[in-house]
Design a protein around this ligand. Structure first.
Ligand code: NAD
Ligand code: DAU
Length: 364
């Protein structure tokens, strides 16, 4: 059993030229940084369309590394993807490019179908075509979400066996892309792995998502919009722990396997916001209770999933991964990062962010 695992590991470790899609986004930038820094003998190619969510400032510290290259391109463009694979001869793909925000999927569902479903199928087609002589040894790693499992009541957790039950256009598009990845494994013999992760937090998180949006609003003395009564529950994971999980799964998982990744760290939104307000008051030198006054309950998200909780026992037992950081410590580090990166925050909140924010939150 052990020998089998080791020889499998060796074959995957020969995968030297890796395409990372969506590497200019939040999680993708942490994955690119980790692979570029930890694997100097790999060639890492980051393909990203640079949508509103993609930002090359996220990768300033690695942009000149000799084992790293950025290519601007759209995964929805099938002809481009085909030519790109023909030229580059990748050994493996780690696929993160996606439209990722649930609220945007409610207003523009087709963008999610195009990028998350069509884009993924375009990549699968190119992998199938250009890896046809070595399907077993090349690897297609699809990074997915726990939202494909739907919502939980007060009890229970999502395991790898939980049936898919997506509720938002975002989660429906991610579920569909997961199904396509499995279909290409089963039908064409592509070597695939999928991981489904819970909510990430940390540096370079675009401030349309709850934690960075609340930090930015508190910093600017603006209302903190809490959907409904703030009773929805999310399971938060430090983004660098997710990047480490992706590293471990990419290198060690068996072909066709699935792993859940999560923080064992459930927080009701309103409790999380109270903790964040306390940290922000301390860091900004404000009187205790100042930030809390900004909390504003607003109209709930349509189809809002009540609770997510990940059971990551399989990943912990089989591949030895575990989250490294306590939430309070991670949140404090995150706040410190946002308070000392004004330039980054300005670059992502000026321009089109302003009109997005108006449309999403005015009269909500
Ligand atoms: P993000 O929105 O921050 O980044 C997405 C990146 O994909 C951006 O750089 C964007 O420019 C790029 N992109 C979008 N459309 C593209 C296209 N058509 N062609 C090429 N590039 C394109 O997203 P994220 O939060 O970093 O999430 C990354 C992946 O992880 C997604 O697949 C998401 O579903 C999944 N995920 C996210 C979380 C989370 O908490 N953020 C949790 C679990 C899984
Ligand atoms: O669970 C993994 C998913 O986590 C990822 O697949 C998604 O890409 C990622 O965006 C995230 O989805 P959520 O919808 O859970 O994250 P978001 O930060 O948008 O919202 C977290 C919770 O906070 C959710 O219950 C909605 C609520 N919320 C969100 C915003 C933006 C608010 O109360 N107010 C807000 O302004």
């Amino acid at each position: 059993m052990r020998d089998c695992k080791v020889s499998h590991l060796k074959s995957i470790l020969r995968l030297k030229k890796i395409l990372i899609t969506g590497g200019a986004g939040f999680i993708g930038s942490h994955v690119v940084r980790r692979f570029v820094s930890n694997y100097p003998d790999y060639q890492i190619v980051n393909l990203d369309k640079l949508t509103y969510a993609g930002n090359l400032l996220n990768l300033k510290d690695v942009e000149n590394e000799s084992n790293y290259r950025f290519v601007k391109g759209d995964i929805v463009d099938a002809a481009f993807i085909d030519e790109f694979f023909a030229q580059e001869k990748f050994d493996a793909v780690i696929h993160l490019a996606a439209e990722s925000h649930v609220d945007r999927s409610i207003t523009s569902p087709l963008d999610f179908v195009m990028t998350n479903v069509m884009g993924t199928v375009n990549l699968l087609n190119a992998a199938k075509k250009y890896w046809k002589d070595n399907l077993v040894n090349n690897r297609f790693y699809h990074v997915s979400t726990d939202e494909v499992y739907g919502t939980l009541g007060e009890e229970g957790m999502f395991t790898e066996k939980t049936a898919y039950d997506p509720h938002s256009p975002y989660s429906a598009s991610k579920a569909s892309s997961d199904h396509f990845v499995r279909a290409y494994q089963d039908t064409y013999g592509l070597n695939t792995v999928i991981s489904n992760c819970s909510n990430n937090y940390g540096s370079y998180h675009f401030p349309e998502k709850l934690i960075p949006l609340a930090i930015n609003n508190i910093k600017n003395n603006n209302p903190i919009p809490v959907y409904g009564k703030g009773e929805n529950i999310r399971d938060w994971l430090w983004v660098e722990d997710h990047a480490r999980a992706i590293d471990v799964i990419f290198h060690q998982a068996k072909s066709s396997s699935t792993y859940n990744v999560g923080g064992h760290n459930e927080w009701k939104n309103i409790d999380l916001i109270h903790l964040l307000c306390k940290i922000m008051d301390k860091k900004l030198g404000h009187d205790a209770g100042t930030s809390q006054k900004l909390i504003t309950f607003v109209t709930d998200r349509a189809g809002h999933d009540l609770r997510y909780a990940i059971d990551s026992t399989k990943l912990q037992n089989e591949l030895g991964w575990a989250p490294s950081l306590q939430f309070e410590e991670g949140l404090e580090k995150t706040v410190e990062w946002y308070l000392s990166n004004d330039e980054w925050l300005y670059s992502v909140t000026s321009g089109s962010y302003q009109s997005y924010y108006q449309a999403q939150y005015t009269d909500r």
